[in-house]
Ligand binder design. Structure first.
Ligand SMILES: Cc1ncc(COP(=O)(O)O)c(C=O)c1O
Length: 489
């Protein structure tokens, strides 16, 4: 939640030329002048610099006297409404925030307070462009190359996940997983019901038949009880699944041990859909590294992004080699274009893998930032209105999205709350509509948690996802909180 203002801070030792450079690099149209103790003395704007240049001041001049006009400042606990009033009164679009000793800690812009707040936006670090530039300089723009190899190696090292195939999307990775497990038309595949449709669409690509499994309330993920009953039914009907797609929702792992025990008992492999949970853990292991195959997504809204991309991982090198082969149109090793089976154009480009390498470097801090955003919401007055998604004691969530259930203190239904928020320029979303409720899957079997409780129905009915992007600052979160409190009343 920290906005870096280091690039904006200057003192009297800076020459006019250096001030110009800082103004250019900071790209905010403002610099913060501090004294020897770091206290804010005043601000300098583009206009101040322009006037100095017009007065023929030499570029190397230092100790420039800007006068002592005290800047309008605010404190960290100033509310966004008070900030907007201050800006209006002073006729400014930016206000430095100072700490108790008068040192600048943030710069708040009017756009932070007025602009639409989105659910989860991409957040680049410092290194992505370097890797992308390397790709350009070496002309490795193809869907293969050194960044792809390095991204695969760096990611699997990070998650201790064996081997990786970088692909064009998380959906492509799930599809590859099903192909590798030989899922064919008419085969059954079990799949979590409470998830984005991308978890199940690849089952349809294979002409297979999804059977949906409910969630349990401790993790909101696949209920081992429901899975058990689905297996028992499959034995009776003699239609055991070819694979089970287990989803780790909103950054939290499913309870993998009992799920794995059941799948092992029936000898059915798991595809662990960790599209939303990179950086989370289950009993100390990385989410996504526990199934036979694990899937990550680097879509623009995920905790780290390559703008679009995915990764399939496994401890089985042969499976991953085969995934890389199939994902490159299954070209045989022959001197001409020769093919003996159907392939796919699913590889990640070397340019995008460069973004992924840079993003991987900031994964740990993004997890901490997302968790801090959750903590901030949790510590606010919202906790009287929302029962937060629990963090199961078997793991550590990355809190990709802050999600909760509106409780009995809220009279409106969740859609009205979301619509009210949208009118105030804030994007919130419903929890995924369970797949067993989707028209496209109306004919599919579904196993609820118990005879009288379908957890995913309940979570859909009351669930709300709040803005959780790591670029959000405290003032924007305060705005979400106060607008949400109003939207609930
Ligand atoms: C649970 C889940 N599975 C799969 C996907 C698919 O990933 P992608 O968008 O990279 O295809 C997503 C997200 O988009 C997801 O949230």
């Amino acid at each position: 939640m920290k906005d870096s203002i280091v690039n904006l801070i200057v003192d009297e030792k800076h020459s006019l030329q250096e001030l110009l450079q800082k103004m250019d690099q900071g790209a905010k149209g403002i610099l913060l002048v501090v004294d020897k103790s770091g206290q804010l003395q005043r601000t300098i704007t583009d206009g101040d610099i322009r006037r100095l240049l017009l007065s023929d001041m030499p570029l190397h001049a230092k100790n420039i006297q800007f006068g002592n006009k005290k800047p309008v400042t605010a404190k960290l606990d100033t509310s966004s409404v008070e900030l907007l009033t201050l800006m209006k009164e002073a006729g400014v679009n930016q206000i430095p925030i100072i700490d108790d000793s008068g040192r600048p800690v943030k710069l708040i812009s009017i756009s932070d307070l007025n602009d639409r707040i989105l659910l989860s936006t991409p957040h680049m670090g410092d290194l992505e462009l370097d890797y992308v530039n390397q790709a350009f300089q070496t002309n490795w723009i193809a869907p293969l190359g050194p960044n792809v190899d390095a991204f695969e190696n760096e990611l699997v090292e990070k998650v201790q996940g064996g081997y990786g195939a970088a692909l064009s999307s998380g959906t492509a990775a799930i599809h590859m997983g099903l192909v590798l497990l030989d899922v064919k038309p008419g085969d059954i595949v079990f799949c979590s019901s409470l998830t984005f449709i991308a978890s199940a669409n690849p089952i349809m690509y294979q002409g297979a038949v999804p059977v949906f499994i409910d969630s349990e309330l401790d993790s909101w993920n696949m209920s081992p009880e429901a899975l058990k009953r689905a297996f028992e039914d499959a034995v009776i009907t003699n239609r055991l699944p070819k694979a089970v797609v287990v989803v780790n929702l909103y950054g939290q792992s499913a309870d993998m041990d009992p799920i794995k025990d059941l799948c092992d008992m029936y000898n059915v492999p798991i595809i662990e859909d960790a599209a939303e949970s990179l950086g989370a853990t289950y009993k100390g292991r990385s989410s996504g590294s526990i199934g036979h195959l694990g899937v990550y997504s680097f879509n623009g809204n995920k905790i780290i992004t390559t703008s679009g991309g995915g990764m399939l991982i496994s401890d089985d090198i042969e499976l991953i080699k085969r995934a890389r082969h199939l994902a490159t149109q299954a070209r045989d090793p022959a001197p001409w274009y020769q093919h003996t089976e159907v392939g796919f154009n699913y590889r990640m480009s070397n340019v995008l893998a460069g973004i992924g390498r840079g993003q991987l470097k900031v994964l740990d801090s993004r997890v901490e930032q997302r968790r801090a955003i959750f903590d901030y919401y949790e510590a606010s007055s919202l906790s009287t209105l929302i029962d937060w998604m629990p963090e199961a004691d078997f793991g550590r969530s990355n809190r990709w999205l802050t999600v909760g259930l509106i409780n009995k203190n809220v009279e409106s239904d969740v859609q009205t709350v979301i619509d009210n928020l949208s009118e105030k320029g804030i994007e919130a979303r419903r929890v995924w509509k369970p797949l067993h409720l989707q028209p496209i899957f109306a004919d599919c079997k579904y196993f609820a948690h118990s005879d009288d409780l379908s957890c995913s129905d309940l979570l859909f009915d009351k669930g709300i996802c709040l803005p959780s992007g790591t670029q959000l600052n405290k003032f924007q979160l305060d705005r979400v909180i106060s607008e949400l409190v109003q939207a609930c009343s």
